[in-house]
Design a protein. Structure first.
Length: 364
């Protein structure tokens, strides 16, 4: 009888152990699935940030905020090499520590990590110690993981996470952190072209306008507040003639005077740039073509009343030489989410193919 009871108890214990193992497997499976869902949601947040019409630096800062909030990391810093020096692009660490954080590539403790692309974990054993790269601070961080960043095997900077406790990252799942690092690199690669465009925006000397690249950088944020906008391009069709027949400086003065007339009549919501040479572009954010046609008719009349006397050149006394600009205008509709550069290219092609004597307002 006792033997039978023991056998039954053993069987029950075995069954409970099997059941317990099954439950643990299900929990592990659920945790893995849950982590995948979390990572997917965070990746969606990253992609949403990339697609926003905001400057590159703002996007990188937003990505860093997502990392800190969603992964419960105390300090996160992204440092990128800009071609001349290492710059802190995003960090929630007090800016007084940024100089030290932007020079970690020089620290002996991280050199092997940079060479091998393997993350480096460092920590202290007690509150009185400091991390090797800390020069003037003790209490802020007691643990850190250094992640070198590469694009196409080219070292471009690093991502540093820090904790306030000794051995804080001893048990952290580094596979998740590797996923974050890969996402950071993917995002930096994605916004690289936008960064190039932002960096080549220039202020034109004679018109005091931004160059055309501004439309695809900071200007796009304003433009895409609206579902549709009117895009206008105009060309000073006789500028080349003025440059040749009078003087180049007279032509420059014509550009200055024309742009002054246009700017004086434009709202701050509208974006006015020098597109190229004698061509200028205006984006009327949230405005339809018909309203713009009326406005540009008035502008055209004012512009073609401008009279510019010769600059830095002399003519015979009996010659009455005056430069009067003439403009050719084309108006199109731009829809949010479509190719703005495509709209502008069609307008440019139209103006360049039109007869130089043409001076009117058209719509595409």
């Amino acid at each position: 009888m006792i033997i039978a009871v023991i056998v039954i108890l053993v069987i029950i214990i075995i069954l409970l152990m099997v059941y317990n193992m099954s439950i643990h497997k299900k929990i592990d499976s659920f945790n893995n699935l849950n982590q995948k869902v979390i990572n997917l949601n965070i990746l969606q947040d990253f992609l949403g940030t990339i697609s926003e019409n905001s400057p590159v630096d703002e996007k990188i800062n937003q990505i860093n905020r997502i990392i800190i909030e969603r992964y419960q990391i105390k300090y996160s810093t992204i440092v990128i090499y800009d071609g001349t020096k290492y710059i802190v692009k995003a960090s929630n660490v007090d800016s007084k520590h940024w100089e030290a954080l932007s020079n970690l590539q020089s620290e002996e403790v991280f050199k092997e990590s940079i060479e091998t692309s393997v993350p480096k974990y460092i920590t202290v054993n007690n509150e009185n110690e400091r991390l090797p790269y800390q020069k003037m601070e003790f209490a802020r961080a007691k643990s850190a993981i250094f992640f070198p960043l590469y694009i196409d095997n080219v070292y471009i900077g690093y991502w540093l996470i820090e904790g306030g406790e000794p051995h804080e990252f001893d048990l952290i799942d580094t596979t998740i952190l590797e996923v974050i690092r890969n996402n950071i690199v993917a995002i930096l690669r994605t916004v690289e072209n936008q960064k190039i465009i932002e960096s080549i925006v220039r202020d034109d000397k004679y018109s005091s306008l931004k160059s055309a690249e501004y439309l695809y950088a900071a200007g796009r944020k304003t433009i895409d507040k609206y579902t549709q906008s009117a895009v206008c391009m105009f060309k000073i069709v006789n500028l080349e003639e003025i440059n040749e027949d009078i003087s180049r400086k007279t032509g420059d003065m014509v550009i200055t005077r024309v742009c002054q007339v246009v700017k004086n009549n434009l709202s701050n919501e509208y974006i006015f740039v020098r597109y190229m040479g004698p061509k200028f572009a205006i984006v009327f954010s949230g405005i339809d073509k018909s309203s713009v046609r009326t406005f540009m008719t008035k502008i055209k009349e004012e512009v073609e009343k401008i009279e510019v006397e010769p600059v830095d050149v002399e003519f015979e006394e009996d010659e009455d030489i005056i430069a009067i600009p003439k403009i050719n205008v084309i108006i199109s509709t731009y829809y949010k989410g479509t190719a703005l550069e495509g709209v502008l290219k069609k307008q440019e092609n139209y103006l360049d193919s039109a007869n130089n004597n043409e001076s009117r307002i058209n719509e595409l």
